[in-house]
Design a protein around this ligand. Sequence first.
Ligand SMILES: Nc1ncnc2c1ncn2[C@@H]1O[C@H](COP(=O)(O)OP(=O)(O)O)[C@@H](O)[C@H]1O
Ligand SMILES: [Mg+2]
Length: 243
Amino acid sequence: MRVEDVSVSFGGVRALTEVNFEAPEGGICGVIGPNGAGKTTLFDVISGLRRPSGGRVSLQGQDLTGLSAVKRARNGVRRTFQRTQVFGRLTVAENVLAALEWPRQNFLGDLAAWPSRRTLERERGGRVDEVLALCGLTPLRDAYAAALPVGQRRLVELARALAGRPRLLLLDEPTSGLDADQVARLREVVTGLETTVLLVEHDMGFVMGVCDRLVVLDLGKVIAQGPPERIRQDPVVRAAYLG
Ligand SMILES: Nc1ncnc2c1ncn2[C@@H]1O[C@H](COP(=O)(O)OP(=O)(O)O)[C@@H](O)[C@H]1O
Ligand SMILES: [Mg+2]
């Protein structure tokens, strides 16, 4: 995943200024920086929710810049949100099922595809079970998402994002609201993926433990990037963020 010269302004505020970095394929890349640094805005640009005033985003050589958020999601770009977004009136299992694609949803198409459609439904059910188990949500599969505490809602969002086997997974503050067991589960899930992961996170123990690479944002600019050990010792980063 590659971000080139991405800039975003909100009126007079430059949320991102010519941001450049590359997230290694199949690796976990952390994006850190103080509040207001532009981390969520960067995720919005990568996932297609916000059009940058300049710059490009590409994934495995494919330019995503002109694609809508929906098209990017279909192309394997999935994310979770700093403020969780789940379907409260659906159960946990239904939330995950709804995240899977249902192609050819018209009556004649359904009729023509009938036998294969049943196979497809079985496969989807199987995938839902798999992802729920991975995220430790099997006991909660029939609970309504609205009734869950924030930690569990975050895991539901993670399960939704994983269901379609994304090529790029963006996680915005995934440990926030999680208890120690849930953090351990999250860590296991994230480190076990073959997907490229981009992670915004304030929990430095978690970040240093899972990331192969870090990008540090401050006031919308990349002030450092590299392996976690180097970033930890970087004087500029310490001054701006780590203290
Ligand atoms: N929708 C918006 N309208 C105006 N300003 C915004 C909007 N979203 C973010 N900002 C501003 O852009 C900057 C970066 O915000 P954000 O990307 O949320 O930072 P972070 O996720 O690193 O805390 C901040 O100054 C914030 O106030
Ligand atoms: Mg944010």
